[in-house]
Design a protein around this ligand. Sequence first.
Ligand SMILES: [Zn+2]
Length: 273
Amino acid sequence: MCIICRGEPLEGLRVLDCSRCPNITEIPNIVGLQILDCSDCRLLTEIPNIVGLRRLNCSRCPELRSISNIVGLQVLYCSDCPNITEIPNIAGLQELYCFSCPNLTSIPNIVGLIVLYFSGCRSLTEIPNIVGLQELYFSNCLGLTEIPNIVGLIRLYCFSCPNLTSIPNIAGLQILRCSGCLNIKEIPNIAGLQRLVCSYCRLLTEIPDIAGLQYLNRLGCPFLEDNNITKVVYIQRWIRYKMQIRNFNVRLALVRAIHPDLLNICMSYYSVF
Ligand SMILES: [Zn+2]
């Protein structure tokens, strides 16, 4: 039970925390409210368009079907809202966090957005090219195949998106973390990049010589070794110890079935067979 359920006066409230209330179905339109936390309200179906609201957390509200276009809202958390299909284009929004909204089909191109975080949004097929975005984080989005070249982006975190095939060469990018993207084959030579984490990008065969790079983590990239001999050793070990098959044609078929890139590397060092 929260302050609304208790019937206490709400006039003049600047901050309202009614999170985890099992009873409320709607929020009153409180004049002057600036911060509203109504997360984890299982029955909440509606949030009014509260003029002047700056921060809204409506995460984990399973009955919420839409979010009002609240003019002046700066920060919006709407994670784990399974019935939200879209986010309004809120002028002036600076930070948007929408993790695990499986039915979210698009994110609008919000002018002025600085931070955008989302993950597990399996219906999302496109990232808007938001001019001025500085920080972009997303993971486990099966529908995403590419990242736009966002001018001004400083930090890019993209984890475990198996259908991403490339990373754009974003001028000015300082931090790139793209762990577990199984189909990324190369990292662009991004001038000015300071930190690069590309662990478990299993198809990476090389990393460019990025001047000024201060930190590199390439754990779990089997083909990213210092020389070709190591690649051969890795493939030999993989075939002999994991496959336990001596017949050449069977080995070739298995390699081909697993990935064409592996085949190419094997063929270029045919002595493996
Ligand atoms: Zn309540």
